[in-house]
Ligand binder design. Sequence first.
Ligand code: IMP
Ligand code: MG
Length: 175
Amino acid sequence: MKTLLTEEQLGEGIRRLAAEIKKHYEGRPLTIIGVMIGSIVLLADLIRLLDMPMRVDLVKARSYREGSTRPGPLVINVDMLSESIQGRDVLLVDDIFDTGRTLWELIPQIDDLGPMSVRSAVLLWKEGRREVAMKPDFAAFKIPNEFVVGYGLDYRDQYRNLPYVALLEPHEIGE
Ligand code: IMP
Ligand code: MG
């Protein structure tokens, strides 16, 4: 395992991300929706840097991946939202924009609930892997097309608790 982003670098990137988000919304109240499970660490750090009125909610998206890179069918559950988002500015927060399919499928489902606006913020963006006609609105770091873990991101449900982001080397990925 090789460190890609240290705790210090993550801290700086997330402060930059928070500043951009704050500037964009100019103090308007926001509903931040974390996409579980990968976003939980980012969500916890990000919301504490945003001194603006907000609600926080969660949805669950899971692509039943076999191993690291081959995505399986995507299951999204927006029914678990606890508050109405009608007329609200919504910011979806996810760990990584990889193929983009998660946000691409999630955004129309959120749109159906009648928000004023829907935007997306991610920690990591693997620019080269995009398969959909959208980009994240806010991204803290662009990273190369390699499999990463830590700071919420998992490999087979392991490593989410690492405080840094690391590259898994080919021999550590059992595919
Ligand atoms: P998407 O391909 O943009 O829809 O990304 C779907 C999900 O795949 C992300 O939210 C992550 O949970 C997972 N994922 C994509 N790339 C990586 C990675 O490098 N490490 C760990 N999880 C990843
Ligand atoms: Mg995820």
